[in-house]
Design a protein around this ligand. Structure first.
Ligand SMILES: C[S@@+](CC[C@H](N)C(=O)[O-])C[C@H]1O[C@@H](n2cnc3c(N)ncnc32)[C@H](O)[C@@H]1O
Length: 362
């Protein structure tokens, strides 16, 4: 498929204008003097402009840099590259290491390509999903070149520009087509998903995302109205929840979150990424995950705890008699949260929960 080439940032600092882009992804090559291809579609020009305006403040940045300090030289993986904010800090802090950055969103990859261009051959930006971490590492074996994978970061969820770009349909604050795909080149939009899902399944999804006694009524209201825009979805939710019963915050918050998680298959992506990250990080290396809702954080906590005990469930007073072998050491039982200073500077950090674990030697 055209547009599936990975981006390789060149040694020359290229502005987005100097890159040849004629499809979603073809910001090809390290050629320093690429000319602007005249066949830009209006959509690709718009994406480029957005990449230039990509503003996302990395969350828990100094905590992440500290956790990656003292690692051996090797390859770092930023599984959720976004605009490259964390990646830039990590590359500056580890001048001899290289970094693979993964993102499923073309706008993010363009923005990161620009931001990280100064690191030249130390960076490889690849399209794809972090659930396919194993496949990506295999395909990037030339770049890895036998070096250990010493650190893996996943800063989950969506970026500020994804939320702020009304046309992406992630936000209930503005009217837009109900899309919600992080990768707009594949998969079902949220509107299409709502035409496929049945009320029982939708109710289950809403309950999983914290919607309580109105989950059934909301599902039926949504399914009967088949919303095609964010405003139509909000109206369907409002019809199902009496004003007096609405909780703090927007009545549709949980519905939007549940839909986004389903449309982007976020749960199975996370499971698969955690398993692969633990398997592929080298001894002494670190896996750091920042999540933004309690469901995700519970999964990360559980997977790290299982790796730290080797799956042992022997009663603690007896000690382990089952022979389970721990493979990770976790930073601490509770998650690291943003300080009040950071929350004031960057309100998005309010819901961030960071967990980290180091791979033990075999
Ligand atoms: C919170 S932002 C990361 C921001 C980044 N740490 C920074 O400092 O700029 C999350 C990014 O991960 C991407 N993403 C989310 N789920 C993904 C997945 N399963 N595979 C690949 N990218 C994903 C989103 O498209 C988004 O750009």
């Amino acid at each position: 498929m055209k547009g599936m080439n990975s981006i390789r940032t060149g040694t020359a600092l290229m502005t987005m204008r100097s890159l040849a882009i004629d499809t979603d992804e073809d910001i090809s090559s390290t050629r320093p003097n690429c000319r602007l291809v005249s066949t830009h579609s209006p959509a690709s020009i718009e994406r480029l402009q957005m990449a230039n305006n990509f503003e996302h403040t990395p969350v828990l940045a100094s905590e992440v840099v500290d956790l990656f300090a003292d690692l051996p030289v090797g390859v770092l993986v930023d599984a959720t590259l976004g605009g490259g904010g964390h990646a830039e800090l990590l590359l500056d802090a580890a001048p001899e290491s290289r970094l693979i950055g993964i993102d499923r969103d073309v706008v993010a990859r363009h923005a990161a390509g620009e931001r990280l261009a100064r690191f030249g051959e130390r960076v490889r930006i690849v399209p794809g999903t972090f659930g396919d971490l194993v496949g990506i590492l295999e395909r990037e074996s030339g770049f890895v070149n036998g070096a250990p994978i010493v650190g893996i970061l996943a800063d989950l969820g969506v970026s500020s520009p994804q939320l702020d770009d009304a046309a992406r349909g992630f936000s209930f604050r503005s009217d837009a087509p109900l899309d919600m795909r992080m990768d707009q080149t594949s998969g079902m939009t949220a509107a299409e998903f709502l035409l496929e899902v049945d009320a029982q399944e939708l109710t289950r999804l809403l309950r999983e995302h914290g919607e309580g006694r109105f989950a059934g009524a909301i599902s039926r209201s949504i399914i009967s109205s088949a919303p095609r825009t964010t405003s139509e979805l909000v109206a369907a939710v409002e019809r199902a929840v009496p004003p007096a019963a609405r909780r703090r915050g927007h009545v549709a918050t949980r519905v939007f979150q549940a839909l986004r998680v389903s449309v982007n298959d976020e749960e199975s992506q996370l499971d698969s990424m955690l398993e692969s990250a633990i398997a592929h990080v080298s001894a002494g290396g670190v896996v750091v995950v920042i999540s933004y809702h309690s469901g995700e954080d519970k999964v990360v906590k559980k997977v790290f705890a299982t790796a730290a005990t080797g799956g042992c469930t022997c009663p603690s007073e007896l000690g382990c008699v089952c022979g389970a072998v721990p493979i990770m050491r976790v930073l601490k039982a509770s998650a690291v949260l943003a300080t009040s200073d950071e929350i004031e500077r960057n309100p998005r950090s309010r819901s961030a929960r960071l967990r980290a674990a180091w791979k033990l030697s075999a």
